[in-house]
Write a protein that binds this ligand. Structure first.
Ligand SMILES: CC(C)(COP(=O)(O)OP(=O)(O)OC[C@H]1O[C@@H](n2cnc3c(N)ncnc32)[C@H](O)[C@@H]1O)[C@@H](O)C(=O)NCCC(=O)NCCS
Ligand SMILES: Nc1ncnc2c1ncn2[C@@H]1O[C@H](COP(=O)(O)OP(=O)(O)OP(=O)(O)O)[C@@H](O)[C@H]1O
Length: 197
């Protein structure tokens, strides 16, 4: 039996970077955002339903995130419609990974873990955290979103404090070295628990 560790945190707080650190420690990783990328790419399972709901967003056989962001900016309710299409497909992808993967620790990098109730399927949850001003700066530096798009996404997410309070582990992503040390500590604790079981 593998240990399922949910890895969550608000936009730009350092989930992907931290997830790679778990991989470096020998954990297997499933990444919800990467699953969405697969679903949106050519032949992806989201193409057909997205073509029906948002015909302009399917360009050359794949979903254009730029078009989707424009659609959401004009009609914020569109995000709910997108989620209704995408989230069941993401859940199926995650279930397949869980069935097929053998590693002692499976890490599930899921931005909306608490928001979608996915935490109940995890053995433990780790949340990445940094102050809000650092979060915003890091997302703006990335240059993939306007400030309005960032604020819209952030407003939709559970507040960071609440996520941290509900998590078994909090990983502060202020520096890479500090985050890595905390990841190693979490992995040590989980492996010690598995050895005792
Ligand atoms: C809104 C979209 C077009 C933005 O695309 P873009 O490439 O700019 O950003 P990316 O996908 O890398 O997401 C960045 C971050 O935004 C946050 N985010 C994305 N979708 C959502 C959402 N529906 N609700 C709240 N936060 C979200 C997450 O923290 C994510 O890590 C895209 O995220 C999307 O299609 N989202 C709907 C699917 C979804 O809910 N994905 C979340 C993981 S299942
Ligand atoms: N421990 C850390 N120390 C310093 N910088 C970090 C750390 N972790 C992440 N970062 C930086 O913060 C930014 C956001 O990190 P990352 O992409 O991992 O966040 P994310 O939570 O996966 O984002 P999103 O939710 O938007 O997908 C990146 O520029 C990354 O280099």
């Amino acid at each position: 039996m593998s240990f399922a560790l949910g890895l969550t945190g608000s936009i730009g707080m350092g989930k992907s970077t931290t997830a790679q650190m778990f991989v470096d420690e020998g954990c297997a990783l499933w990444d919800a955002d990467a699953a969405v990328h697969r679903l949106y790419s050519r032949e992806g399972a989201a193409i057909a339903p997205m073509r029906v709901a948002f015909p302009d967003a399917v360009i050359d056989g794949s979903v254009s995130r730029e078009v989707l962001k424009q659609v959401i900016a004009q009609t914020p309710a569109a995000l709910k419609q997108i989620e209704a299409i995408v989230h069941p497909l993401v859940a199926a992808d995650r279930a397949a990974f869980r069935e097929q993967t053998t590693a002692d620790i499976l890490v599930f990098d899921i931005p909306l873990l608490f928001e979608t109730g996915g935490d109940v399927a995890m053995d433990a949850v780790a949340c990445v955290s940094i102050p809000a001003d650092t979060q915003k700066r890091r997302v703006m530096v990335r240059g993939t979103m306007t400030e309005a798009q960032f604020e819209h996404i952030r407003a939709k997410q559970m507040p960071n404090d609440e996520k941290c309070a509900r998590s078994d582990y909090v990983i502060v992503t202020d520096t890479l070295d500090h985050a890595r040390a905390q990841v190693q500590d979490v992995v040590r604790q989980i492996r010690a628990g598995l050895a005792d079981a």
